[in-house]
Design a protein around this ligand. Sequence first.
Ligand SMILES: Nc1nc2c(ncn2[C@@H]2O[C@H](COP(=O)(O)OP(=O)(O)OP(=O)(O)O)[C@@H](O)[C@H]2O)c(=O)[nH]1
Ligand SMILES: [Mg+2]
Length: 392
Amino acid sequence: MATPPPLPPSLPPSTTSESPADFFASTSPASASISEPFIRDRIVVLGRTQAGKTVFIARLYHELWSKPQSWLSMRALSGPAHTSLMTMCAEMANGRWPSATLGQRYVDCELKFNTTVHRMTILDYPGEVFTKAFVRGESDTDDTTTLLEHVDHAKGVILLIDPKNAVDSRDPTKRADDDYGMAAVVDRIRKFPGGENVPIAIVMTKCDLHESMIIQLGGLKVFAEEYLHWIIRTAVSSYKVFPCAAVRLNRTSRSGTGAPDLVKPPVNVIEPLKWILEKLESRIVKSQIAAEREAQDQMVTLAITQARAIIAQGATNANCVRARKILSALPNEHQGDRRVRAFRAEIDAAVTDHEVNAVKRQTANWLWFGLAMAIVLPGIALILYAVFKQGK
Ligand SMILES: Nc1nc2c(ncn2[C@@H]2O[C@H](COP(=O)(O)OP(=O)(O)OP(=O)(O)O)[C@@H](O)[C@H]2O)c(=O)[nH]1
Ligand SMILES: [Mg+2]
């Protein structure tokens, strides 16, 4: 088996801070989503006509179905969709590329990544629909409405771009699909609710054919900055560029030098999906940690509020013991909490105040008693003296 040609390494996610240009016209969410909150529940694959969508999708599915990894597997949610994807691969194995997609094709799959299950909607539709929706701005036809609805619900996106088209398409209409059209997709995702951080994998297809062209043009990073800059500027962050060869050519095939070869392993077919899933997973973990912190924070707040209410009734010894008991009932990790420590100090101060006040009160009582005695006792003595004198 021939070894795969080395491909340039993928770009690291950008850290550019330029804001996306306010350039694209597509700003209204699709149909039903207008007044509803955006539920981002699917991963979508998009590309212009002949970008390599069908080949990429079929190979991705075939790889994950026939060689499921312990951490990643994929299953079409309908039998006919599964058969269709596997048949396409079988045809490629027999030396035939799939024919151009005619009708719209939406394949719903279930992805299991580690312990999380994701829904993945694969959109394989004729490139014309993409042009209509994102270049011509026709968003009210049936096919474009469905496409836009999927885009508006995307939690991860794979954009497929044939780099050859980006470089030498002399037809500005064709070229617009890849720069203007793709940037419009990204712009739409970023501007709509929850879209700021949707991971966008920019996959350059057919890199087995275009590798030398990319190297000649300065390598992947320079190429991406030169030819994909509108997409990258609009994405701002949370994107990554992958050079991909989904199916390579069999140069010795009897059915022609351009026949597909399914024996050679693909390059970067699973990786874009894995990158998206990792991003999503790390966000789930982060939000779980944040939710846990929030819950613990509330628990501390509640304990302090209860203890404060008790102390407010009077910082007596009994009340202070009760308040301290409430704080001690908090889990160990919260005993060192800044607010708990501060409130303990408050209780101590309240106790001290209470004790000082008690001593003061007692002293004042004794003083009053002394004063009263100083007045009353001489009076009594005088009375007794007067009575005694009269008796004599
Ligand atoms: N060498 C090579 N050629 C590819 C690869 N992927 C696609 N191709 C070529 O590109 C052609 C178009 O690929 P498709 O996957 O059918 O493209 P598509 O985006 O589905 O096109 P439409 O259905 O017309 O929108 C194929 O017939 C192949 O000749 C690849 O990974 N390597
Ligand atoms: Mg197709």
